[in-house]
Ligand binder design. Sequence first.
Ligand code: ADP
Length: 641
Amino acid sequence: MTTTATAPKQTMAFQAEVAQLLKLVTHSLYSNPEIFLRELVSNASDACDKLRFESLNNAALLESDPELKVRISFDKDAKTLSITDNGIGLSEQEAIDNLGTIAKSGTRDFMASLSGDQKNDAQLIGQFGVGFYSGFIVADRITVESRRAGLAPEQGVRWSSEGTGEFEVAQIERADRGTRITLHLKDDAQDYLNAYKLKGVINKYSDHISLPILMEKEEWKDGELISSTDPEGGRQPGGMVKTGEWETVNQAAALWTRAKKDITPEQYDEFYKQISYDQNAPLASTHNRVEGSTEYTQLLFIPSKAPMDMFNRDKAAGVKLYVKRVFIMDDAQALMPVYLRFVKGVVDSADLPLNVSRELLQESRAVKAIREGCTKRVLGMIEDLAANDADKFATFQTEFGAVLKEGLGEDFANRDRIAKLLRFASSTTDTTTVSFADYKARMKDGQDAIYYITADTLAAAKSSPQLEIFRKKGIEVLLMADRVDEWALNYLHEFDGTPLQSVAKGAVDLGKLQDEDEKKAAELAQTEFKPTLDKLKDALKDKASDVRATSRLVDSPACLVVQDGDMSTQLARMLKQAGQAVPEVKPILEINAEHPLVKKLVESSNFDDLAHIIFDQALLAEGGMPADPAAYVKRVNALLV
Ligand code: ADP
């Protein structure tokens, strides 16, 4: 190759995160070193995809070399292995930027989440995707020579590093467009200087890459005669000798274009791992060719583990868009609703134009049809897990149950299907496996609503004063502590004809579940107790919008509720913490007239202090914080003394 340095080289330091990552790569991933080849071939393939895409608008970029491919070769004497592509290439600045820093968002969070435990960290690193840097698992020096498509031959670049603190870059002349990565193999990685071994690794990880991967053909060459006295020959093996001819060593057909029956489960899993950076096999997959008014192929996976940043709704979705096998874009958000952003996979459309932009995608009718089709398939996959694989469905719930709930507010067309797939904890069970249908089947005679409570934690929900009357009457209440619960449940008013009712909103109306005596007692309390309630209202006028007697409490003196339709105090608190403006809603204080503390209050000489204590304690009981904690402590201490 004609690559001569034409400018002095510069030495530069890696970004601190890269240096740290490199250490981890070489120490944590050594147990599975062969993944380096998968990563480098995948980068080469991405580089070719990018060039193919850019050349749609600028055919000159292909120069006189339009057939995109990856070549793998090795040199036993020099102990080097190289991966060469004729893709988009790198300019000098791109080499500095892309191979010296990590641009991925979340790098810092990722670094912080590492535990120091090699096995765990290796898993995490696998998920994060170390890409190019994985070369340093097997190499003690990596040289990258590249020229960006469209730049002149003198504007090539050579990048080189030993994978410790720094790297060198120099401008070089390079006739060929694209990138060659040369690995100077460590002593314990010399087994990669072997065509058979390399083919095995390619077959395992890179078979589905749609680009041809080429290796030089070798021939067995006889060596010298060792013994002329042995008539059988007795020749010394001459070894394999390169022939100068190149052969394609992978299937070179994008996996999703192949017939389902020709694809093994292992191949699906491997493809998933490749596109998702996940080391674990997926929980479920679906592969279909859809024909009709819009034509496309979908290959979609549900991972078995949620990503670290799953609750970032702006996070790019995981579905790649291809048009007639040409890669168009990663993370095509328009292809999947936001609440299914954990799905990974590929959609290959036969109808979209090759130059489709993100903006165009948003408006396209074909894309809308694809999104609807993909949504149905994914819900189908989850339903299938629910019906046929309890273990996997439980994993799904743990990892993605909360995100799925967002669908109630986002996807009205599929709301009923989504509601059926949700599972909850409840006041009468210890597991988080209760569906609305299970709940309905266990409803008491005369019960006409599905009761639920939202709280910051399951423990807080479970011990909430609002549950007391339900517990006394043996009525099950669904416990909800996911952040999205309250928002999502706003959109679900009923399930299969039965209304949903929050036990922390509005007055309790147990309807037919309350007997006549109980109703009378409640009414009586309301009138007899009126003077005390009025006094309380006055004492707490800055804190409570109303004070009333309640029959929902058994062991607690008081609790807070909000009007039907108002935001719960818990949601308001959460939004405030997130820095959002929240309309000030004063809760209603409900009093248990039967409680000794309340009875004491009626005759108390320090009525106001006790009133404030009761209010603040009701707030504490639901996980809130008194507006003036110091005043609260002072009042309680005065009582204790
Ligand atoms: P990732 O591929 O996840 O972005 P990598 O560390 O593997 O991270 O690569 C970093 C960047 O270096 C890539 O995003 C790409 O811009 C560039 N790069 C790596 N390999 C090549 C290649 N063969 N040709 C062109 N650019 C490459």
